[in-house]
Design a protein around this ligand. Structure first.
Ligand SMILES: [Mn+2]
Length: 356
């Protein structure tokens, strides 16, 4: 079942809590001692940074399933660590990420180390709004994998953050799976929250790996049968067909979906119902052109529906997981009580390779 952690880091005792949560996650994901140590090191650097330079923040820990570099039935989960703060921001990000910077005590120290160790690493920092740093560590290190077979270029990438109302189980679950030219992003929000909700959403995500060849409406039909033994879920499916250059979208229940293209943002509507309980007689499928400037956001109802993504956030270049964290951070307010699990997932074209 989906296990996620959301650790507030406001004093040094919490750095240890973060390390313990990472160790636990690595254990569940089957990481060996070396990869676990790497994940703990990255998490410790990120949480120490929060205390030293941002006046505290929070660390989200999750196991994500969105490796699109090859189409394989084998699940390659990664441990994802996201640090979110509302601090002053890092004035010179390029310098902070460079080697050698970590020997100073300046803002952002330690980020160079994280970038070196993690398989994926990205940062967004805005003066006065804060910093989001994201690291993913895989069970098998990138270097070892590259030695065996050249890493394929994935033309699209997916990322997300999942924040449980009451951990460690989130009632939301998501995954993105590639099958040949089809890349399918699925987000499921199990009815209610807690372990029984997690059971329903996890069943949907597990089925995705066996059914990633199906178009969205057919996949929802299969899920309806699979989820009958659970309490049911709201599920949205977005599928990019790389050969056709299209995006197909179908949803049942309350999952928010927004699509950005050159023409601006548009909402993609889901059909009312609950997958596993009430299946509509006909599941509509929306079809849109998919091009390099597109961005797709799916989110559960823990996120207020009136969120916006600031135009100065470079979402075309950022890791989609960072974009998802920016959306959550900017939609959150101290005045609003969160009543449900909150997941935001982002699907975006991979930008042309930039070598540092
Ligand atoms: Mn929910």
């Amino acid at each position: 079942m989906t296990r996620v952690w959301d650790v507030p880091v406001h004093d040094s005792t919490r750095v240890r809590d973060v390390a313990v949560a990472v160790q636990d996650s690595c254990g569940h994901a089957g990481f060996d001692d070396g990869r676990t140590a790497a994940a703990v090191l990255v998490a410790t650097e990120l949480s120490t940074n929060l205390l030293k330079h941002a006046g505290g923040g929070r660390i989200l820990i999750d196991t994500v399933d969105a490796d699109l570099t090859s189409d394989t039935a084998v699940r390659k989960p990664a441990l994802q660590i996201v640090a979110i703060d509302h601090g002053p921001g890092i004035p010179d990000l390029a310098a902070a990420l460079g080697d050698g910077f970590s020997t100073t005590s300046s803002l952002g120290a330690g980020l160079g180390t994280c970038r070196r160790i993690a398989d994926d690493f990205d940062v967004h920092s805005a003066p006065g709004r804060g910093t989001i740093a994201l690291a993913r560590i895989r069970a098998e290190s990138g270097r070892r994998r590259q030695g065996r077979a050249r890493r394929d270029h994935a033309p699209v990438r997916a990322g997300g953050v999942n924040i449980a109302l009451a951990g460690p189980h989130s009632g939301d679950a998501w995954a993105c799976v590639r099958f040949g030219e089809r890349v399918t992003l699925l987000l499921a929000d199990g009815l209610g929250h807690g372990p029984a909700a997690a059971e329903a959403s996890d069943a949907a995500v597990r089925q995705l790996r066996d059914s990633a060849h199906l178009p969205p409406a057919e996949l929802l039909n299969v899920l309806h049968t699979v989820l009958r033994s659970t309490r049911g879920a709201a599920v949205a499916v977005a599928q990019v067909d790389l050969a056709e250059g299209t995006l197909k979208f179908s949803g049942i229940g309350n999952i928010g979906a927004r699509f950005r293209s050159a023409g601006g943002w548009q909402h993609l509507l889901s059909h009312p119902g609950i997958v596993g309980a009430h299946r509509p007689a006909h599941i509509p499928c929306r079809r849109l052109p998919w091009s390099p400037e597109c961005l797709l956001v799916l989110h559960s109802d823990g996120l207020p529906s009136r969120w916006s993504l600031r135009e100065d956030v470079p979402s075309a270049e950022l890791d989609p997981g960072v974009t998802a964290a920016v959306i959550v951070r900017d939609a959150s307010s101290a005045a609003r009580t969160v009543r449900d699990d909150t997941t935001v997932t982002v699907l975006s074209p991979t930008p042309p390779k930039r070598e540092p």
